[in-house]
Structures are given as C-alpha cells and as structure tokens.
Design a protein. Structure first.
Length: 142
C-alpha cells in the first residue's frame, strides 16, 4: 500500500479520535453520528489542503511561525467544516469552545505528526523491500 494512502487513513483516524475527544470534553461542541464521519473526512481533506497553502503563503517565515501555521490550519479547517456541515451534524458554539477545540486538536496533531512520520517510514521501507525483492538480478521465475 502506498505510504501516502497509509498516511491519509491514519490522519483520518487520528483526527476522528481528536474531534471525538474535543466533543466529549467541550459542552459547546456537538458531532452527530453520520455527519461526524463526513465531518472527519472533510476535516482531514481540509487539513491536507490548508496546511500547504499556509506554509507556501508564509514561506519566508515558515520556521518562525510553524506553531502558528499549525493552529491556523486547525482553526480554518474547523471553521470550514462547521460551515459545510449541518447544525445537527457538526457544530461548535462559544468563543472558549472554539479556542479549546482548536488547542485540543492542534496538540493532538503534534503527537500524530510524530507517529505518522514513523508509520510512513515503516510503510516506505516495506514498499522498497518488496520492490528490491522483485527486481533482484539473476532471479529465476518460479
């Protein structure tokens, strides 16, 4: 399986867990069952789109503002997910709920990024190993 696919699936699971944790902890946040699944998928896609855009926009200062990019990515992705989801499916109400939801998901993404890097490296190692076994010179077909 492609390391990018593995990374996306793991990201969707991680974001789903993080959003559920935020939903449990924060009374002003509500995630419906069916729309929760859609919201997690949407949030994951938005993170994948918004992060590179913000990084490219702040290219000159990317190292100085890495944590700001992370927070902004999470916040923008939450805002767009709320806008595109019905009220009964995914909603966040109240200033402090927005602040805490953003922080919970952001801190979780810091942890996820460490795990993701390791999983992608392991998947890439397996892909490379399979490719090298298939292209061994002098190997005879069985």
């Amino acid at each position: 399986m492609s390391p990018r696919i593995v990374s996306f699936v793991v990201a969707a699971i991680a974001y789903g867990v993080l959003l559920i944790i935020a939903n449990i902890v924060l009374s002003g946040m509500k995630i419906g069952w069916l729309w929760g699944i859609v919201a997690v998928a949407l949030f994951t896609v938005l993170i994948a789109i918004v992060r590179p855009l913000l990084t490219k926009f702040l290219t000159k200062h990317v190292h100085e503002y890495t944590w700001v990019i992370g927070l902004a990515t999470v916040l923008v992705s939450l805002i767009v997910t709320v806008i595109l989801s019905p009220e009964s499916g995914f909603s966040i109400h109240g200033f402090w709920t927005w602040v805490w939801a953003t922080l919970i998901v952001w801190v979780g993404t810091l942890i996820y990024d460490v795990v993701d890097d390791r999983l992608v490296a392991m998947a890439q190692k397996q892909v490379d190993s399979r490719r090298s076994k298939g292209s061994t010179p002098g190997a005879s077909p069985a």
